[in-house]
Write a protein that binds this ligand. Structure first.
Ligand SMILES: CC(C)(COP(=O)(O)OP(=O)(O)OC[C@H]1O[C@@H](n2cnc3c(N)ncnc32)[C@H](O)[C@@H]1OP(=O)(O)O)[C@@H](O)C(=O)NCCC(=O)NCCS
Length: 167
């Protein structure tokens, strides 16, 4: 059985910081899926991660293989009275094995436990994998923000807003 078929999702810990930031850096280096752009400022990004770990209103989780490799991460942020937001990353060689589903389920379970009314996110319209995953969990397309983000190369990218009502 390959590595990703045996994984578990657990609460992230301080010792995960470097591996998680390296995972984010790898996804950022793909240049197409997330807002962060490579190269990441490793120290600053580890600081952001640790800030989430210390926050009562954040839900940082990782997907870890049986050999201890961190292959996925997600962080939910409760910004009540605004909806919960989250971000997620799965290592490029471990996709399409249910890791993203498991991470998203963890975030949604946490949102439910907190009694949140809604979960929202922004995704690039070309990110068909993420959009399909979110739609499978009941998220709907709420709107398109044209030319919402400026990329380092000066391109302006649209952002698709998606939401899931919990009540
Ligand atoms: C989006 C992402 C998190 C999905 O993670 P994953 O572990 O591959 O997702 P899963 O294996 O749980 O897939 C669940 C479902 O999502 C959909 N899906 C996932 N990847 C897909 C793809 N490449 N094309 C079409 N549908 C896809 C499918 O419905 C899939 O179910 P199936 O495999 O039974 O058909 C992952 O591709 C990733 O990390 N991408 C880069 C970072 C990113 O885009 N983050 C989100 C930014 S908003």
């Amino acid at each position: 059985m390959d590595e990703a078929r045996v994984f578990r999702v657990r609460t992230a810990e301080a010792d995960d910081a470097r591996a998680v930031v390296e995972l984010w850096g790898g996804v950022a280096a793909e240049g197409r899926w997330i807002r962060r752009e490579a190269p990441l400022d490793i120290d600053a990004t580890m600081g952001e991660f640790r800030h989430a770990l210390a926050s009562e209103s954040a839900h940082p989780v990782v997907a870890v293989t049986s050999t201890g490799r961190i292959i996925g991460s997600a962080i939910g942020f409760d910004q009540h009275p605004a909806p919960i937001t989250f971000g997620m990353h799965v290592a490029i060689d471990q996709r399409r094995h249910g890791v993203g589903t498991a991470l998203l389920q963890s975030v949604l379970a946490w949102a439910g436990e907190r009694g949140s009314h809604k979960v929202v996110l922004e995704v690039w319209p070309h990110n068909h994998a993420a959009i399909a995953l979110y739609e499978r969990h009941g998220f709907v397309r709420e709107g398109l923000r044209p030319a919402q983000y400026c990329r380092r190369n000066g391109e302006l990218w649209d952002a698709l807003e998606m939401g899931l009502h919990l009540v």
